[in-house]
Design a protein around this ligand. Structure first.
Ligand code: BV8
Ligand code: ZN
Length: 270
């Protein structure tokens, strides 16, 4: 269901919820200029996930993998959080909402620090559980040590790739690749929040990658409801009480009661 009735129903579900968990995917960063994975011009259009986002790919051709990630890192560094990130950050600061993201772009954290800074608050309630790690940290492929991202990565030759100061192992982006386990503690916290949530707000994900895509199902199994924000239908749509066919930056300020201009939903340019 979409349109005025859908938006007002979703607002009521969120306003009446004691516990909300929000799960985001690449779509929430699309309006910031970060390419999604599957959309037009998406990241997977130019490269297949199997070619780059796997430990086998890194073992086979670390230079090519670093070329892709170094490019993404500099592209994302030039992007800024959008109204969708900001609305979620403000909501998490003002409620007990738990924010879970599949994104590695760090834009939720930047929105959290901006929103908290504006009101001199502690940003931690709005910091996301990053299921798939962070583009802006490196991890040693030898000893596993995690460090802040190397200032510059020169992917021109393997010999120029960044190495661990402790053991000399090749550094890699501190993200979770296909076929790799997610951090058990982060995943445990995300599912604990999902299982007890009254509402799981799912924003900007094609809901195809697991175990992240199972989080909304955990909310349903716990008796909660799912609200989806996505311009397109997804495999999750049929499980959602409301599915809003809008972009995150437009829908979230209204759904989360932060859009003073629109107490009730009216069609755009109404
Ligand atoms: C694991 C980090 C086990 C790297 C990523 C068969 C069935 C089920 C599962 C599997 C299976 N075969 C294999 C698996 C497991 C596999 C998986 O799920 N594969 C899929 C492809 C079937 N999962 C894994 O491998 C995971 N690990 O299972 O480990 C294990 C256990 C123990 C020991 C060893 C192993 C690891 C998965 C993590 C992979 N890493 N990212 C990087 O970023 O480079 S995944 C990456 O792709 C993202 O993080 C994200 O999760 C996913 C992309 O999905 P989305 O974020 O949804 O983006 P997408 O472009 O697809 O969709 C965007 C949506 O936004 C669209 O719907 C669009 O309409 C919408 N949109 C666009 N604009 C807007 C918008 N919405 C709102 N507003 C807008 N403006
Ligand atoms: Zn090391």
């Amino acid at each position: 269901m979409d349109g005025p009735q859908g938006v007002n129903e979703a607002r009521a579900l969120l306003a009446g919820a004691r516990r909300v968990v929000a799960l985001t995917g690449a779509g929430i960063s699309a309006e910031s200029g970060v390419p999604t994975f599957r959309g037009d011009g998406g990241l997977w259009k130019r490269h297949r996930p199997e070619d780059l986002a796997t430990p086998e790919a890194f073992a086979r051709d670390p230079r090519l993998v670093w070329e892709w990630y170094a490019g993404r890192r500099s592209a994302v560094a030039a992007c800024r959080p959008n109204q969708g990130h900001i609305a979620l950050a403000r909501f998490a600061l003002a409620s007990e909402a738990v924010l879970v993201t599949q994104n590695v772009d760090g834009l939720h954290e930047r929105a959290a620090r901006d929103a908290a800074g504006a009101t001199d608050q502690d940003p931690s309630p709005a910091l996301p559980l990053e299921l798939h790690g962070s583009l802006f940290h490196d991890r040693c492929s030898g000893c596993g040590r995690v460090s802040a991202a190397s200032a510059t990565v020169d992917p021109s030759a393997v010999a120029a790739l960044p190495r661990c100061g402790d053991c000399g192992g090749l550094l890699r982006p501190a993200v979770v690749w296909f076929g790799e386990a997610l951090d058990a503690e982060v995943l445990g916290r995300a599912f604990a929040a999902a299982r007890t949530a009254d509402v799981c707000l799912v924003v900007g994900t094609s809901a195809l990658v697991h175990p992240a895509a199972s989080l909304p199902m955990a909310t349903l199994e716990g008796g909660g409801t799912v609200v989806e924000v996505n311009p397109d239908e997804t495999p999750l749509t049929r499980f959602a009480a409301v599915s809003i066919r809008q972009r995150a930056g437009d829908a979230l300020p209204v759904l989360l009661g932060q859009d003073a201009r629109r107490r009730e939903w009216r069609p755009p340019n109404a």
